[in-house]
Write a protein that binds this ligand. Structure first.
Ligand SMILES: NC(=O)c1ccc[n+]([C@@H]2O[C@H](COP(=O)([O-])OP(=O)(O)OC[C@H]3O[C@@H](n4cnc5c(N)ncnc54)[C@H](O)[C@@H]3O)[C@@H](O)[C@H]2O)c1
Length: 255
């Protein structure tokens, strides 16, 4: 087991990539915190892990709220005593409820669209990292894995708010990594290409074809591809990785 007894908090793990990481990490012996803003989603994944024999607890919180994140960390530390690994994964592709606007021209973005996207990804990553470091620095160990995207490295058209949020996460990762490496804390990012999750189920048939055409591997990735990269970054196997961006992306290079 690569993560025996490690206390791991994964934000937005009631679905998709976070769920897959939770399942895999539990099999590797971790005690997993399943955070989601949707209580039922957090509870379902927690139950799924427990039924498979793993250790998991649900932590319902909106990670875009500084106060909610503080409370979540207090609850997490009360439950598990420490935090060894934080994965900042929670995310959204759309800022409004209608299906029509996954892709939005920059001129059509409202202030609310912009702020909601930045808050959910970038503010949340900062709030959770700040809280985790308060425990990890005195403990002189820890891992933080931030989920970026090829949207933050290569850019994607009609998603400038999402790309700005993901690009911000990648730069934040590099900075914090340099700041805390001397404390034995390793901070890295994963920048997935397009992966089959409920998030990409929102793509229109036309957008999906464009994604497949633009991906040399000729398909979308699977959540397991990202969970395997996260396991590597969380385990002793990656002890010399500092401020890196690991990008399982099927060969994607298109801007
Ligand atoms: N699927 C992809 O192709 C892909 C590619 C690159 C990056 N990503 C990123 O990976 C992460 C996970 O995406 P996914 O594909 O699994 O999506 P998903 O929609 O399946 O899961 C995201 C989860 O985050 C939760 N969430 C959203 N806002 C939250 C908040 N404020 N507080 C707590 N939880 C919140 C949602 O309820 C949901 O359960 C996201 O950051 C996403 O941007 C996904």
């Amino acid at each position: 087991m690569k993560l025996k007894d490690k206390a791991v908090l994964i934000t937005g793990s009631g679905s998709g990539l976070g769920r897959e990481m939770g399942l895999l990490f539990a099999v590797e012996g971790a005690r997993v915190g399943i955070n989601d803003i949707r209580p039922e989603a957090a509870q379902n994944v927690t139950t799924e892990i427990q039924r498979a024999g793993g250790v998991a607890t649900a932590f319902v919180a909106d990670v875009a709220s500084s106060a909610a994140v503080k409370q979540m960390f207090s609850d997490f530390l009360a439950a598990y005593g420490t935090i060894d690994v934080l994965i900042n994964n929670a995310g959204i592709a759309r800022t409004r409820q209608s299906d029509q606007q996954v892709l939005l021209a920059t001129t059509d973005l409202t202030d609310d669209d912009w702020h909601k996207m930045l808050a959910t990804h970038l503010d949340a990553t900062f709030y959770c990292t700040r809280e985790a470091l308060k425990t990890m620095i005195p403990a002189s160990r820890g891992r933080i894995i931030n989920i970026g995207s090829i949207a933050g490295t290569a850019g994607l058209p009609f998603a400038s708010h999402y790309c700005a949020a993901k690009g911000g996460i990648i730069s934040f990762t590099k900075s914090v990594a340099l700041e805390v490496a001397k404390h034995g804390i390793l901070v890295n990012a994963i920048a997935p290409g397009f992966i089959e999750t409920p998030m990409t189920a929102l793509l229109t048939a036309e957008a999906r074809e464009w994604v497949i055409r633009s991906t040399p591997a000729g398909r979308l990735g699977q959540p397991r591809d990202i969970a395997a990269a996260a396991l590597y970054l969380a385990s002793d196997d990656s002890s010399f990785m500092v401020g890196q961006v690991v990008s399982p992306n099927g060969g994607w290079t298109t801007a």
